[in-house]
Ligand binder design. Structure first.
Ligand code: NDP
Length: 483
């Protein structure tokens, strides 16, 4: 187990808890990694708060309310029948309907979707909007497929999923491999099947209920959060060099916002390698890359053929290049402990996680120990789901807000999230532990809602809080048990 900031009995209890989670979720390392990361900061916080132990809140939070797994048959262009597996993990609905993206990528499995749904619960809580946590997807690879094949897959996927979702139950959105095209196909099929035009998916086209600023929200929000961390330290973005990984929705909009705020985005990447521009990408170059990756569905290496000051480097990640800040925006576990050591040696002063869980635990530990500004994903990339929440509000009210209004709402939301993290994460001496701050701020609201609901067990109804031990280690932990 990696190190945590817990100590003594709290550490012992944490280890027992994670051991239980590991036993109950065999073969799901990403999920265990995500639970450990959150639990390592929550355990010290709740050490003297007996209500959470008595009601087994952390144990219940690590168990999804429901996992749906289903067959997705579809037909390719040669007329062959293909079969993939789809999932929806409805993780926690304590503070609102399940909300979270759908991912189409060959690496998708139950562990990855459970980790994402677990994280989403805390992230959605941080936005201040009434949204629970969920995540879904399929092990389908959209790369190299025609529009017709993607449509066939999306329609089949939603033909099963439609019965489990709804505007007040579960509202999916996009994620890796699921953008405007896929959401359009899925929304169209949902509407056909149910004969209802409701806000059941977010990230829709503007013509059929989508929200302005949703496309930009995650990447822009990530850079707003980075700017908030810098301003909190009396610093800024002007003239600073930023490493960005990925070249999808989040990465290109993060690079764009860096440029707009006077910084230099030096890199972008895809699974083939990185592109590097020592001058910082221009808006024209970013627009060209958005078109390349989002519409023409090409490879990032093509940017080096198009622009004289861009070079392509095959098979590497951007973390060896000297810069001031880093914003990983591709996928999970893209920064390992060695990468983190190199980044720190090169003088990186802030890391803002645009992707979900892009840093392995060893990298998180290295950033935390070095006390650089470390913005964890659940806070940094919450702007996307935040604007999705605003899309839900617009759909319910059958209205549409303007770009300026939504940009202001996004900026304010990111500032509020930053301030909540600072409120719960400021240590003696003034350093802000954003990891602890975001976990605790996200946890409290969900946990208190779960406490308010009670639990389904008649014979315990009157036992609440009577004779409760005041410290968690005085109480038995049920999680290691397999009964
Ligand atoms: P996209 O599908 O638009 O882009 C993903 C990018 O990451 C592509 O450039 C892709 O390259 C690259 N990538 C994927 N896997 C790897 C890999 N193993 N190694 C290197 N590069 C890889 O996804 P998004 O931009 O939407 O999402 C990126 C991250 O942000 C994910 O972690 C997602 O969960 C998270 N996120 C997204 C939100 C959103 O609003 N879109 C909201 C909150 C979080 P290639 O083309 O080669 O596959």
């Amino acid at each position: 187990m990696s190190k945590s900031h817990a100590s003594g009995k709290t550490q012992e209890y944490l280890e027992r808890y994670v051991e239980g989670v590991t036993k109950r979720n065999p073969g799901e390392p990403e999920f265990v990694q995500a639970v450990y990361e959150v639990a390592s900061t929550i355990f010290p916080y709740i050490a003297d708060k007996p209500q959470y132990h008595e009601m087994q809140i952390l144990e219940r939070m690590a168990e999804p309310e429901r996992v749906i797994s289903f067959r997705v048959p579809w037909t390719d262009n040669e007329g062959r029948i293909r079969t993939n597996r789809g999932w929806r993990v409805q993780f926690n609905s304590a503070i609102g309907p399940y909300k979270g993206g759908i991912r189409f990528h060959p690496s998708v499995n139950q562990s990855i979707l459970k980790f994402l749904g677990f994280e989403q619960t805390f992230k959605n809580s941080l936005t201040g909007l009434p949204m629970g946590g969920g995540k879904g997807g399929a092990n389908f690879n959209p790369k190299g497929k025609t529009d017709n094949e993607v449509m066939s897959f999306c329609q089949s996927f939603i033909t099963e999923l439609y019965r489990h979702i709804g505007e007040d139950t579960d509202i999916p959105a996009g994620d890796i491999g699921v953008g405007g095209r896929e959401i359009g196909y899925m929304f169209g099929q949902y509407k056909r099947i149910t004969n209802r035009f409701v806000g059941v998916l977010t990230g829709k086209g503007l013509e059929f209920g989508g929200s302005k600023m949703r496309t930009e929200a995650t990447g822009y929000g990530a850079i707003f959060f980075l700017r908030n961390m810098l301003e909190h330290m009396g610093s800024g973005m002007e003239g600073k060099k930023v490493l960005v990984s990925g070249s999808g929705n989040v990465a290109t909009h993060a690079a764009e916002k860096v440029t707009q705020l006077g910084g230099k985005a030096l890199t972008l990447s895809d699974s083939g390698g990185i592109i590097h521009c020592a001058d910082g990408f221009t808006q024209e170059q970013i627009d060209w890359i958005k078109d390349l990756k989002g519409l023409r569905r090409g490879r990032i290496s093509e940017a080096a053929d198009e622009f004289g000051n861009i070079t392509f480097h095959e098979g590497i990640r951007p973390w060896g290049i000297e810069a001031d800040f880093a914003t990983p925006c591709a996928t999970q576990n893209e920064i390992n402990g060695d990468d983190a050591a190199t980044m720190l040696k090169n003088g990186i002063k802030a890391v803002a996680e645009g992707a979900n869980m892009p840093s392995e635990q060893a990298a998180v530990d290295a950033f935390q120990d070095a006390k650089i500004l470390f913005g964890p994903a659940k806070a940094v990339n919450a702007g996307g789901v935040g604007v999705s929440g605003l899309e839900m509000s617009q759909n319910s009210a059958r209205i549409s807000w303007g770009t300026d209004q939504l940009r202001d709402l996004l900026e304010n939301m990111m500032k509020d999230i930053h301030d909540s993290c600072a409120q719960f994460g400021t240590e003696k001496g003034g350093h802000v532990n954003y990891l602890a701050g975001s976990n605790i701020a996200g946890f409290v609201k969900v946990a208190d809602a779960m406490l308010a609901y009670g639990h389904v067990q008649a014979d315990r109804q009157n036992a609440q809080f009577k004779g409760v031990a005041t410290h968690m280690w005085q109480r038995p932990c049920s999680f290691g048990r397999q009964d």
